[in-house]
Design a protein around this ligand. Sequence first.
Ligand code: NAP
Ligand code: MG
Length: 404
Amino acid sequence: MPQKITMTTPLVELDGDEMTRVLWPLVKEKLILPFVDLKTEYYDLGIEERDRTDDQVTIDAARAIMQYGVGVKNATITPNADRVKEYGLKKQWKSPNGTIRAMLDGTVFRKPIMVNNIRPAVRSWEKPIVVGRHAYGDVYKNAEIFAEHGGKLEIVVTARDGKVTRETVMDVEGPAILQGVHNTVASIESFARACFEYALDQQIDCWFATKDTISKIYDQRFKDIFQEIFAAEYRERFTAAGIEFFYTLIDDVVARMMKTRGGILWACKNYDGDVMSDMVASAFGSLAMMSSVLVSPHGYFEYEAAHGTVQRHYYKHLKGEKTSTNPVALIYAWTGALRKRAELDGLPELIAFAGTLEQTIIECIEQGYMTGDLALICEPKAIKVLDSMEFLDELAARVAAKLA
Ligand code: NAP
Ligand code: MG
């Protein structure tokens, strides 16, 4: 066995819940620890530990990412009323992803992992379409009123100096609904920079769209900020890299996206990104083949899988049944984090290892060895359908052979 690859700075490791918590240590044990002298600082974001620490562990983990720069996160339960009962929780703790995102102030980029035997539902897509979702504001931080008797519906701003600005939305008879949404210039600016940096890093074009023809102040401001920051800070770097920034209307971009070959970063406003990332993921094949990274304007990175804790599979696992949970996106969270750590620390061997592990996964699936979720959609038919453990063992044997 060759010498293990050394690391200099620890990765911040955030463990999670249910089926993904079952798979997490196996991914490490079978695919990483035999080859890498792994350094991590471990935080247990499992629901019991979050409950025991009054969610302090989530805050500590986010602070550790701010200290070290790179984190890798497992999927976690966001508790609802059922979960409070199931685990006897003190309260419905907030979404850990929401807490971490608020502290790191980041943009989430979701990228499909492509293999040549799973064809995207859209025939022209040959390369990944990455969805970059603005993760602050709009309808996700709104105020709403049900005006039972209608009336004059208004929006009001009271400035710090007391100056009041008022705008009538509509004067209506009868019951009506009203919604107030906002965003901040600072957040939109950091969203724009995160997208341009990501496009440069991946050497892909960046497309952005809003509805500025209708929303002449709100969406227009998004458009202007992107164009101003691009012109002032990025135009030359994009030209040098041979990539483009393209702005159009949201309905136009949806139509055009269906005709492209892919290989694009699609920068989306918060709601557009919420909806379109699920469409793009399912059109590329499977949630289990979707990687995700949170990029902060302050230079912090957090890698994870796009899917959740795969609750249904976990209950089968508890009953002793085998599951077909696909660990690919979880493994990519690790390779993404290790590669970024290696880039920051100047560790070419570790960069190469991340590439080898990813390449091994792609080859394994393309040669017909895969979990059940992929076997349902692959063409030609799978040669061997493996359960989660068998698939990890198959990958482990292949990586060991490659690195021998
Ligand atoms: P989920 O974990 O994404 O799973 C939904 C369904 O998608 C599964 O039942 C399974 O379909 C399929 N699936 C997802 N990942 C898969 C994989 N790796 N391999 C094979 N199939 C996969 O969503 P959920 O079960 O609705 O949510 C469970 C918990 O996850 C919730 O408590 C939620 O709060 C949490 N969640 C966390 C995150 C995060 O931490 N980033 C994100 C989303 C949800 P079949 O059942 O048809 O096989
Ligand atoms: Mg969604």
